[in-house]
Design a protein around this ligand. Structure first.
Ligand code: PRP
Ligand code: URA
Length: 219
């Protein structure tokens, strides 16, 4: 499944923290902390190829060659769950701009419905990192990348935590030019329920449940 542009972290800290994030025993406060930490680690990996320009720096002893980021970076969290990924990556890049996109999945059709977008008229950044912990059917990620491309964004990366194979396929098919950074690719999505005790359709298995509800205590 993983193609040239799909990067699944094998960092021990990511795998350790992902396990705690998945656990049904992890309560909201701890869940937010773990998502923050995993996002920082994935953000570190996702920014590995940012362009640098050379500068000079004066140390207490001498002048030396140095570097600075040559590209402006925009973080694009998909509301709500993507919000929990912002602070971790912001710690790495405090000057990154943050542009929110609000989407929710219609419970019946699983199609993304847009309710918030305050992007300025033209792009202000050279690289966009789309942040959403869950890539399920892929509808929300594909819609967000569509919005960013229509806006004029050139270089877009998706940073998520867990993907279902269905969602990853949808995103890489619709947008083969987008790098995808993940902590895990899971097994499948839940089918439409047949019994009242069945989980709703379109959840990642084994996944971690509803990332928005678990962060915000709304489940
Ligand atoms: C969740 C998640 C993604 C989306 C993924 O959001 O945070 O945005 O579902 O599903 P998809 O790949 O099938 O589009 P949700 O719609 O539950 O909204 P919320 O974050 O506001 O709870
Ligand atoms: N959104 C979530 O929060 N979790 C899933 O498993 C699927 C979509």
């Amino acid at each position: 499944m993983a193609g040239d542009r799909v990067f699944v972290s094998n960092h021990p800290l990511v795998l350790h923290k992902l396990t705690l994030l998945r656990s049904a025993d992890t309560e909201s406060k701890k869940f937010r902390e773990l998502l923050h930490e995993v996002s920082l680690l994935l953000g570190y990996e996702a920014t590995r190829d940012l362009t640098l320009r050379e500068t000079r720096v004066v140390t207490p002893l001498a002048e030396a060659k140095g570097y600075e980021l040559a590209e402006r970076v925009g973080l694009v969290p998909i509301l709500r769950a993507g919000l929990g990924m912002v602070e971790g990556i912001w710690q790495l890049m405090p000057h990154a701009e943050v542009w929110h996109i609000g989407l929710y999945r219609d419970h019946k059709t699983l199609q993304p419905i847009q309710y918030y977008n305050k992007l300025p008229a033209s792009p202000t950044v050279q690289v966009c990192l789309v942040l959403d912990p869950m890539l399920a059917t892929g509808g929300s990620a594909v819609a967000t990348v569509n919005i960013l491309k229509d806006w004029g964004a050139r270089r877009i990366k998706f940073v998520g935590v867990i993907a279902a194979p269905e969602g990853l396929r949808a995103l890489t098919t619709a947008h083969p030019d987008v790098d995808v950074h993940l902590a895990a690719i899971d097994d499948h999505l839940t089918p439409p329920p047949t019994l009242p005790s069945d989980p709703p359709e379109g959840y990642i298995v084994p996944g971690l449940g509803d990332a928005g509800d678990r962060q915000f205590g709304t489940g």
